[in-house]
Every structure is written in C-alpha cells, then in structure tokens.
Design a protein around this ligand. Structure first.
Ligand code: ZN
Length: 417
C-alpha cells in the first residue's frame, strides 16, 4: 500500500481530523502535505456532505442539505519543485470506497447515495420538471451496485473522483470572482442561482487562522464549478488508470482531490447525480517543467481517460433537439437538446413502472453515455443519451409483447419545502 499521507478517521467530522482539508479555492490555503515528483501516495476522501446524508428512506436531508459546506477536499498537496508554467502529471493509480469495517455511518461504507436537489436548494439539470428533493441509496457488492429504491437495476460502477485540481493564482482567482460576479449581477434573485459567490460562512481553510482566515474566507472561490484549474469536472472517465496534465498556477502546484463517485452517467444530471461516497485514492505525481508553453495547455487540464471501466455491448439510445417543451425553436442549443433526450429516456422508463424520479436517478447514477451528435444542422442541435441495456434485469428494448412491469419495493417520497 502506498504511504497514507492524508488520513481521515471515519468516526470524526472533517474539521476534527489530524490534518484538516479545505472547501474553497484560494492560493493562500497552506499546503497540508509535501510530496515529490515520482511519489505515489494514498489519500482518504470524505464524501462531499461529510455525513449529512443518511442511509434511510427519506429525502428530507437532501432537501435541507448544507450547500455552503461543500466540497470537503483533501489537500492541498504541494509538489516539490513545481512552479507556474509547469504541467503537473497526476496518475490515478487506484481508488475505492471506505473499508466497511471502519466505524461510523458515512457514505462509502458499503453504500452511497444519489440525490435530486430541490429547485430552492441547488436545483439540477431538469429542475423545472423535478422541483422537489429525492434520494436513492445504493448498496455496493464489490464493483456492482443495486438500490432498494430502484427495482430491477444493477450495474458495475465507473469509480472516479468528481473533483481534482490545482490551486489558482491570485490573478486567476480574481478573474473567476469578477466574471462570476458579473453573471450573478444579471439576475441576482434567480432561483436556482446563476453562480455561487464567495461565502465566508462554513469556509474550511486547512491550517489557516486569524486575519488570514477571514481574508481568504471572503475571497475563496466555491468548489461547485469546473474551471481552468480542473475542479469539479465530474468526468466519469477519470477512472483508474487515468493520467491528467494540470496547469500549475502557484509554486508547489497545490493539488487537491475529493468528491469520490462510485458511478455516474455523463452530465451527472441531477446535480448530485453520481453515487456519492467517501473512500481512498492513490495518486502518482510528476512534473513536465515548462509544459504549459511546450504543449499550449495554459488552462483546463488535458487527460488520458482511465482504462478500467464497465464493458457494454448494446445500448438503447434516445435523441433530442433544441426545441423547448412549449414548442419554441432555439438555435443550436445543445444543453436543451440533451435535456430533451434525457426527458425522452425518462418518459420511456415510466412505461416499465418506474416513477419519473427513478428514471432521472438511473440516468444520473448509471454509466450512461451522453453525446453531442450534431451541432451544425441549423436550427437544431441533436444530443443523444445511450443507456446500456444490461443495466436492467429485464429486456428494456421495445417489443410486440409490451413493456415488462417492475415490482416497486420502498419508493422514497418526494420532499418539498
Ligand atoms: Zn459528487
């Protein structure tokens, strides 16, 4: 086993650990651990809500989830010799859930969860159609998962970190806060919000204290969006074997990681669409000195996707175009056409006895593929969503015999405000 450099005790909250991580992006958050190019090391990660979501049959905890507290990130890891302009090479050597023998009730210990966030607390890709909170708990058996809340579905997960990245420079952080603030200003009262501004409440900043803590808490960027440093990219193909090349913006690079997912579909469409879990990740780091100029990678990581993932041979695909549900034509809007493709898939699954929420959850959590199939044929973009037929314990294809009806076990009630 690689050396464990960032341990987490499952019986204690994130802020009571031997080494405290962080939940904001800022160049002045001190490095938690020093590593060297060529090192392989193990890191424990807490699931993003630090135990606020329980293994039960109520979605009230998702409805009331404390979004100001996310994401709990492990790090920053300072890489010896890394300087602005370098590329940081990160290999995902291995990752997995928390060992079940650990004490504590945390997601990752044999189970994980997927949530639909309420429109008034987070929202999601299809929040107009799904304004209430909903939750699905998934049980892990080795690499496979099933849920008492989604009957007759089982699949092999595509395990990956949802969030990894390097620290921004002061200049880059300032650019983020300026441009996101300008977006928020166009419609400051919108629900859900257009973006999340810096928020001192609930900021966790490693070993910082005093006046430095207050300054960084007021400036630190929230961790929800992906940005030039990587961040919350939620790329399901960051599975084992992935090699990522991150731009370095500060001395030491300050790599951080968290938000482990047992599985996820392309788009992570419910906002908490992945199967969230705590666990471990083994990383190997190296440097390409001056690599940002050498390869023209000045922002946004490039990567070699992982070579460990579930194999499927047959798919049932749904398509959508950039026309709203009200029949309004939009110009090459791929976000809208992917929404329409997903809604078509959900409508189809309801014919088998699933609730719309269960259909939405399957698309968020299972390793479905989303594609921009056509983006030039004015006025309609065409997006497609591919469902592996093997997700289902029955034949999900259309046939003259009509749809099989699933047996509902314990449906979770919707939780509204
Ligand atoms: Zn996540």
């Amino acid at each position: 086993m690689p050396e464990l450099v960032f341990p987490l005790d499952s019986s204690k909250p994130f802020t009571d650990q031997q080494i405290v991580g962080h939940n904001r992006w800022h160049p002045d958050i001190p490095a938690a651990v020093q590593v060297k190019p060529g090192d392989t090391f193990r890191v424990h990660c807490r699931e993003w809500f630090d135990g606020a979501i329980g293994n039960n049959d109520s979605a009230d905890d998702v409805r009331d989830c404390p979004l100001s507290q996310v994401h709990r990130l492990s790090g920053p890891f300072a890489v010896e010799g890394a300087a602005p302009g370098d590329l940081l090479v990160v290999d995902i050597v291995d990752l997995g859930p928390i060992p079940q023998e650990d004490s504590g009730p945390l997601a990752g210990q044999g189970w994980g969860y997927t949530g639909i966030f309420a429109r008034d607390n987070g929202g999601g890709f299809l929040t107009d159609q799904f304004p209430d909170a909903y939750k699905t708990v998934w049980d892990f058996q080795g690499q496979r998962t099933t849920s008492r809340h989604v009957p007759e579905v089982s699949f092999t997960g595509i395990t990956h970190p949802g969030l990894m990245g390097t620290a921004p420079s002061h200049e880059l952080l300032n650019r983020w806060n300026t441009r996101e603030g300008a977006l928020i200003a166009t419609d400051p009262d919108r629900v859900p919000a257009l973006a999340l501004p810096p928020l001192a409440t609930d900021a966790i900043l490693g070993s910082l204290s005093g006046a430095d803590f207050d300054r960084v808490a007021a400036e630190g960027a929230r961790t929800a969006p992906p940005r030039e440093n990587g961040g919350n990219q939620d790329i399901k193909n960051f599975s084992r074997g992935t090699r990522v090349f991150y731009p370095v913006f500060v001395d030491g690079a300050h790599l951080s990681v968290g938000d482990l997912h047992f599985s996820q579909g392309d788009g992570e469409i419910t906002f908490c669409g992945a199967i969230e879990m705590g666990g471990f990740i083994d990383l190997h780091v190296d440097l390409i000195k001056g690599g940002m100029d050498t390869y023209g990678v000045h922002e946004n990581a490039i990567f070699l996707p992982g070579n460990v993932e579930p194999q499927f041979s047959e798919w049932l695909a749904f398509s959508g175009t950039s026309v709203t549900l009200d029949g309004e034509q939009r110009y090459l809007d791929s976000h809208l056409s992917y929404q329409r493709a997903c809604l078509h898939a959900i409508d189809y699954l309801t014919k088998f006895g699933y609730t719309p929420e269960q259909g939405y959850m399957i698309l968020g959590a299972a390793p479905i593929e989303g594609r921009l199939s056509g983006v030039v044929d004015i006025p309609n973009s065409c997006s497609t969503v591919y469902l592996p037929t093997a997700l289902f314990d029955f034949d999900v294809r259309p046939s003259v015999g009509g749809p099989h009806q699933v047996t509902q076990g314990t449906p979770v009630p919707r939780s509204s405000f």
